[in-house]
Write a protein that binds this ligand. Structure first.
Ligand code: BES
Ligand code: ZN
Length: 881
């Protein structure tokens, strides 16, 4: 060892939590009363908690009281009024059973915390002068000592005291019960408010907000005739940007009544928008807290996509009231019980509101981009994981998106009525409980009479199954032979056959449907399905509507893809046929074995000019796949991806479409322009998406005419859905006017943080040689604030996740840049750091030189001694897997 080398410390191994070790709590909670005395740097919390011995565990004799607590200063503690001195540990405190009076007692304690210093945005923190909380998954323990686990459900009462001047509005879960003035103290006028939540809940659903807020108000009468007050709280000045979120909330409430028979259960439903938030939004009982980007919208500042996301996320958090809050998870391994199910419900809602075909295509694109990506790499895990170090790292695409697919497959297998019956049983049987996946599955078994034990492998087995398809045609009998395999994933080498619902339709040679959609249930490794009485050999349309989250490995002949693109009655598979052809062309261009076929261009022209199709659908078909998608395909076939080569190929494809279809594109661009005032509904958003797709393809040719069209669109747009794509196209194509327009845009919107996020993101996503230098410069721009998660993600996250050519620069500068910023952010906000660090998960897809550079950066991050357990777990799993 060289004398000057750094001391080698042996890091303490991280404690992991295992599903197999689950034990019911020793102590349960009847009720909690919390008194908050709010002050920015020294907030005092008095807790009064009534505990009783869990009858399930009582036979095991006396039990210590073990409470979770982190970064808490304990001021005092007492049991039944008698002061006690518990043993303080790194994770909380312990009071020996001998000091407890019996099977029931009252615990009181006072803690002090520092919300202003809380940059991790977990527990109680301050965002733009506003106090707010984020307790899922384990944030409540940063407020007071508590059994911070979802299977401990209790009734909460909350009293908040604060300055009237800085915090005129005081909110907590449930119903308001009292408000009033307090004698002025040295810091000025103080006041208080009291809240009571009648529904027992786990601590992760606790919420408190205090600040200078204004509300956008409305109300809704439920199916049973109760009036519910609806309030969306925002910072003064933003009250004009809440109408769409409110409208979405009301539609979501009605939808849950109409489709699931589920009503809201309090007289008040509140949403608060905050600017500093690690996630998208949070379903706290009666008091949802949202990242402001998923609430605030006006035609001038938000795009069609933003509106669609607001609608989906408002619905998602509202739907949790039944799937998550009234019935919650027994432990965090059951997370998909609430998240997968609620994502499935919000997807159904979006489909009903915006059209099922385009919603499904969007959802599958996201599933493949995030979940198939996760399954392909070192972070692969089952929908229900069996072990974790930091639970925040398991709010993943697998738990959410694949979790939703599993619910969708269940619905396909038992049918829509069976599904409704099973959910009704679930709500009836488990209302007010903390449940497991097994209990949920039992409801489906009891309601449908089906044995779902093999199906249950979808929750426990990681990896994306591969499906192969063989056809046989003989004497009027058509046979499809399907086989399935699932490749090994970290820690799971042997895979068993799953129950895969494969929706299939058959088309005749003239395009007629000779067999309407049928669901084949593949349960074995290989199985054949025969169809009789066909006059001629059919063309199969397989996995309609993407009926299962699998990869179909089938070399569909080009002519057959073209036929399906033109004739399939299943819109998903029409889109899929076009997509598959585009991917094959890209792969051929990259390895030099193929060319851009005239048939593909003709197929695209046919879609482009077919007015019988929904414009939103046409816009999706005309989209050329992205670099990441092609990288995943290459890696999935055992190859190594070179992002530069992929970029060149995809660019050539876009240019070819732009050149060869320029007449059609220009015509369609002009004819989809609309003079009507902006409206965010799907019927108006579709033509805009198509128009902007045309503009993008035209501009891909680099033509000055196209740039002029884009510039005019940008300058004359009265809404962000037109302005942003025009600006993005000009910046990404390197148009000479781009820099001047970027400056105009900044000057106009510098006061609006959400629009500035778009300005940062579009520059970070530019696939141009100067981008990294520009992004580095932007990190020093007054409009950038790296401690704000939205800003960090908009600039640094987008560069890493949405700009493959720059991030994967062969000199490794993109990797170095990301690692530097992750190390910096980790000391401030571990949760957001760990999530963004996940962009390294694909490192084994790329050529060996890039792999080595990425591995070196991961090792550099792992070498930071003070690294958070969040980021350490992610980095170590990536390096090991
Ligand atoms: N319960 C989550 C929010 C959450 C996630 C809290 C992780 C703590 C840790 C919420 O219901 C949720 O799922 N939000 C999503 C958006 C949703 C539409 C999928 C989010 O925040 O990304
Ligand atoms: Zn959720």
């Amino acid at each position: 060892m060289r004398p000057d080398s750094a001391p080698q410390s042996t890091p303490t191994p991280q404690q992991s939590t295992r599903l197999a070790d689950y034990r019911a709590p020793d102590w349960l909670v009847d009720s909690v009363a919390l008194d908050f005395d709010l002050a920015p740097s020294a907030t005092r919390i008095k807790a009064r908690i009534i505990f009783h011995r869990n009858p399930e565990r009582a036979g095991e004799g006396p039990a210590d009281l073990v409470l979770d607590g982190r970064l808490l200063a304990l001021v005092s503690a007492a049991v039944d009024g008698r002061p006690v001195e518990p043993e303080l540990t790194r994770e909380g405190l312990r009071l020996p059973a001998a000091l407890l009076p019996g099977d029931r007692f009252t615990w009181t304690c006072e803690t002090e915390i520092d919300p202003k210093a809380n940059t991790a945005l977990e527990g109680l923190y301050i965002s733009k002068g506003m106090y707010c909380t984020q307790c899922e998954a384990e944030g409540f323990r940063k407020i007071t000592f508590y059994p911070d686990r979802p299977d401990v459900m209790a009734r909460f009462r909350v009293r908040i005291e604060a300055d009237r001047a800085t915090a005129p509005v005081l909110l907590a879960n449930g119903n308001p019960t009292a408000t009033g003035d307090l004698p002025a103290d040295h810091s000025g006028d103080r006041h208080y408010a009291e809240w009571e939540d009648p529904h027992p809940k786990p601590a992760y659903l606790f919420a408190l907000v205090a600040g200078d807020l204004v509300s956008h108000d409305d109300s809704l009468t439920t199916a049973s005739g109760r009036e519910v007050a609806l309030k969306i709280y925002v910072r003064p000045g933003d009250e004009g940007k809440c109408a769409y979120a409110m409208d979405s909330l009301k539609r979501a409430m009605r939808w849950d009544e109409a489709t699931h028979g589920r009503e809201y259960d309090l007289d008040l439903f509140m949403i608060v928008a905050v600017d500093d938030f690690n996630m998208g939004a949070m379903e706290n009982k009666g008091l949802n807290i949202f990242n402001s980007k998923y609430i605030l919208a006006s035609p001038e500042t938000a795009t069609d996509r933003d509106y669609a996301l607001i609608e989906a996320i408002v619905a998602h958090e509202y739907f949790h009231n039944w799937t998550g809050n009234r019935i919650t998870c027994r432990d965090w391994f059951q997370l998909c019980l609430k998240e997968g199910l609620t994502v499935f419900r919000d997807q159904q809602f979006s489909g009903d509101e915006r059209g099922h075909a385009v919603t499904r295509i969007d959802d599958v694109k996201i599933l493949r981009a995030r979940q198939f990506r996760e399954d392909q790499g070192p972070l692969a895990h089952p929908v229900r994981p069996e072990e974790y170090i930091e639970i925040n790292n398991f709010y993943t695409a697998t738990v959410y998106e694949k979790g939703a697919e599993v619910i969708g497959m269940l619905r396909t297998l038992v049918g829509p009525e069976g599904y409704r019956k099973a959910l009704d049983l679930y709500f009836q049987r488990h209302d007010g409980q903390a449940c497991t996946i097994e209990q949920f599955r039992q409801c489906f078994e009891d309601a449908s009479g089906r044995d779902l034990s093999q199906f249950a492998r979808w929750w426990s087995q990681a990896g994306t199954p591969r499906l192969t398809v063989e056809e046989d045609w003989q004497d009027g009998r058509y046979t499809l032979t399907l086989s399935q395999t699932t490749p090994p994933t970290p820690g799971q080498t042997d895979k068993l056959p799953l129950v895969i619902p494969v929706a299939v339709g058959l088309l005749g040679p003239n395009g007629d449907e000779v067999l309407p959609t049928q669901v084949l249930e593949l349960t074995e490794a290989e199985q054949s399905f025969t169809f009789e009485g066909l006059g001629s050999r059919p063309i199969p349309s397989i996995l309609r509507g993407f009926s299962a989250p699998v990869i179909v490995e089938r070399q569909t002949p080009d002519a057959e893809s073209a036929f399906l693109l033109a004739h399939d009655t299943d819109p998903f598979n029409r889109w899929e046929a076009g997509r598959g052809t585009a991917v094959r062309i890209a792969l051929g261009l990259i390895d030099g074995t193929g060319d851009i076929s005239g048939a593909w261009v003709e197929g695209m022209a046919a879609v482009l000019t077919d007015d019988s199709h929904d414009p939103a659908f046409r816009a999706m078909v005309l989209e050329v796949p992205g670099i990441d998608e092609i990288s995943r395909e290459i890696a999935g076939r055992g190859g190594l991806a070179d992002p530069d080569a992929i970029h060149t190929a995809l660019r050539e494809m876009r240019q070819t479409l732009g050149n060869e279809l320029s007449t059609h594109l220009t015509h369609l661009y002009e004819s989809t322009k609309s003079d009507r005032p902006y409206s965010p509904d799907a019927a108006s958003a579709g033509p805009r998406a198509l128009k902007n797709r045309c503009l993008g393809l035209l501009a891909a040719t680099g033509s000055a005419d196209a740039f002029a069209l884009a510039e005019t669109q940008f300058r004359t747009a009265d809404n962000m859905s037109d302005a942003l794509p025009a600006l993005t196209i000009l910046v990404h194509e390197g148009a000479p006017v781009a820099d001047a327009l970027l400056e105009d845009f900044h000057a106009r919107w510098q006061h609006d943080p959400l629009v500035i996020d778009k300005w940062l993101a579009l520059q970070a996503a530019a696939p141009l040689p100067g981008t990294l230098a520009r992004v580095e410069a932007l990190t020093g721009h007054p409009s950038f604030d790296w401690k704000n998660p939205n800003k960090f993600r908009a600039l640094i996250g987008v560069l890493a996740a949405a700009n493959p050519v720059v991030f994967h620069r062969p000199d490794g500068a993109g990797y170095r840049f990301l690692a530097d910023w992750l190390i910096r952010l980790d000391a401030v906000n571990p949760q957001t750091t760990a999530r963004v660090a996940g962009t390294f998960e694909t490192f084994r897809r790329y050529d060996t030189a890039r792999q080595a550079l990425m591995r070196a950066e991961l090792e550099r991050i792992a070498g930071v001694e003070s690294l958070s357990k969040n980021t350490r777990e992610m980095v170590e799993r990536m390096l090991a897997g």
